[in-house]
Design a protein around this ligand. Sequence first.
Ligand code: C2E
Ligand code: CA
Ligand code: CA
Ligand code: CA
Length: 279
Amino acid sequence: TKISPGSFYSFYRPWMKVSYNRKLIIERDLSRNFKELGYYYTLQPQIDGSSGQVVGAEVLSRWLHPEIGEISPVEFIQIAEASGQINALTLHLLDEVFIQIKDWQKKFDWKQRIAINMTSSLLSDPVFFDNFFELMERRKINPNLLEIEITEQVELIYSPQTLETLLLCKSKGISISVDDFGTGFSMISYLTNFPINKIKIDRSFVKKIGQDRKSEAVLKSLIYLAKSIECDLIAEGVERIEEVEFLRENGCDVFQGYLYDKPMKPTDFESKYLQFDSK
Ligand code: C2E
Ligand code: CA
Ligand code: CA
Ligand code: CA
């Protein structure tokens, strides 16, 4: 049967209105005081498999909204990006993280890098990075304690602007890592065009360890590729000990995943990982 344009209206369902409102609410509240509306962040530890020590952490945003409830960062980051609010949201997040880094430096002599996700639109926005660096200087944050994660899933359009931004980050000492590595379509061009320090092997490969020979072979070649261009490596989404064993045997020694810990509030991260170092 052919669907005439008029019959579109018979497709209307109440949930369409709900999801429409949901998006509007999210968009509206992104421009308000995020913190009062339940926006916060978590940290997930990154563990060195040979020492068992925490060698870094990734910042992962959370939003427990008073009306909507929990909203996935995948959803609200995408909305923030589409509505042009990702800039303000990320700066707010950076400021919170900077304050935390400062506090941990004083209390525990914190020396590890903290990684923050950057959407591709931010990378081509010099005003955002001006604000980023200004904030970093104002809060007196050592750039050696920072890492930015750029995802390989969205094609990072190679532009002089993006390259300039990344080179500037690198020259300041901020580390650059490629997220979701192996899942995108521009893997090789990322590695050859941009100043990459670290590769994050995507969970889609990790979870197939012990189950799929082809994925294991791809994994081995990704590790080999990273090593041959002297990139650091981390495997993400590690859930089983078998995955760690395979990865270590093949040359990847740093891990992030539920096997070690879920993303947690900074206060929990502090009591679990930092209290012991107290001087
Ligand atoms: P991502 O950067 O690839 O982050 C990894 C995701 O995997 C996180 O989901 C994390 O909680 C989850 N994860 C960690 N370990 C495991 C594991 O062992 N098993 C499984 N199944 N999952 C694991 P989350 O926190 O829901 O974030 C989803 C995505 O949202 C992130 O993917 C990132 O792309 C984006 N995101 C989160 N926070 C931010 C942010 O502050 N800024 C930007 N631009 N993007 C963010
Ligand atoms: Ca990430
Ligand atoms: Ca990832
Ligand atoms: Ca991802």
